[in-house]
Design a protein around this ligand. Structure first.
Ligand code: DQA
Length: 146
């Protein structure tokens, strides 16, 4: 199957960005391990990071005609602000898992609300980079049971 991993704003800075909160792995490290795990399981995985909301929206739009079966999404700061990204996911109707590196519930009050959690298949937060791999495992299990 085809899996798309989307990373929102500022995640390109992983590795140097608040490592106490987000860990020391770079985005390339994370994408490489996801790629490896997906290939090992016989699936196809693509990754995109963008700091621009419209770019993430357009990538979600093209996912449907392209035949993407599952999305793993860390919307980063857009988690707490973006009705437009929420609507894009509802429009394409592709199942997705929401991932956050940090435990957003231990942080600022404004990070406690997500525009995605109630429409996600599941949510993983606070487990660092491992959260993405757990999401991939769950996505693969869901796809293989279909
Ligand atoms: C984040 C949590 C968000 O609140 C924050 O804006 C991010 C990253 C995380 O992965 O922990 O940029 O999504």
């Amino acid at each position: 199957a085809s899996i798309l991993v989307l990373h929102g704003p500022n995640l390109n800075l992983l590795g140097t960005r608040e490592p106490g909160v987000y860990g020391s792995q770079t985005l390339d490290d994370i994408n490489t391990s996801l790629q490896q795990a997906a290939t090992d399981a016989g699936h196809h995985l693509q990754c995109l990071q963008s700091n621009a909301e419209y770019e993430l929206i357009e990538r979600i739009h093209t996912a449907r005609p392209e035949g993407i079966n599952f999305i793993i999404f860390n919307p980063a700061a857009f988690t707490h602000t973006s009705v437009a990204l929420r609507d894009a996911l509802l429009a394409v109707d592709i199942p997705f898992i929401e991932v956050h590196l940090s435990n957003v519930y231990q942080r600022d009050e404004f990070r406690h609300h997500s525009f995605f959690s109630d429409i996600a298949k599941g949510v993983i937060c606070g487990l660092g980079a491992q959260g993405y791999l757990l999401a991939l495992q769950a996505a693969i299990a869901a796809l293989e049971n279909n």
